[in-house]
Design a protein around this ligand. Sequence first.
Ligand code: ZN
Length: 194
Amino acid sequence: MDLPDDPQVEPAGAFAGTPDGLDRLWTPHRMVYIGGQDKPADDAPGDGCPFCRIPTLDDEQGLVVRRGEVAFVVMNLYPYNSGHLLVCPYRHVADYTDLTDDEVAEVASLTRTAMRVVRDVMAPDGFNLGMNQGQVAGAGIQAHLHQHVVPRWGGDANFLPIVARTRALPALLGDTRAALAAAWPATEGTTDPC
Ligand SMILES: [Zn+2]
C-alpha cells in the first residue's frame, strides 16, 4: 500500500501566522530524520535495530503502547498523522511470509485492538493500515517488519504538514502514548506481560 509521503510542501497562505515558527519547532527533529539517526547501519538484529531495541526500554522511554506475547505496539516517532502506531513482532524478521502463525495472529489482533483504542481516544474518521515490504516499497527500516496503523480525519491531508510538524515532538507523543495505553482493554487482543 502507498502510505502518504512525509509532507514537504507548505500550504501557501492556508493558515494565519508565520509558518516560519513551525519550521523552527520542527527543524531539529526533521534533521535527525534526514540524518537517519534511528536507521540501522545494516540489516542485523540487536541494538542497531530500533524495533529490537524498543522492547528493552520501559514503556515511556520506548513509547510502547502495548506488549503482547510475540508482538508489540509502539508510537511511530515520525508520524504521518497524530496517533500513528506501529505493530511489530519482537523477532527481527523482514518479510511477512517469514512470520509464524502465532505472529501473524497477534499482529492482526493487536492491529484490530489498536483501531478500536485509537477510535475511542481520538475519534478518527478512518485509517490507513499496511506494511511496506522492502526499501523500494517505502520501508524505512526494512529488516524488521512493522505494520502501520494511521488514523485519518476528513481533510487531514490539507493540514497534515502543520499537524505532523507539531505533533512529532516527543513530549506530545508521550502524552498520546499514555492516553492510548490507558485506554487499551486489559483482556483484549493479548495478555499482560507480567
Ligand atoms: Zn529488529
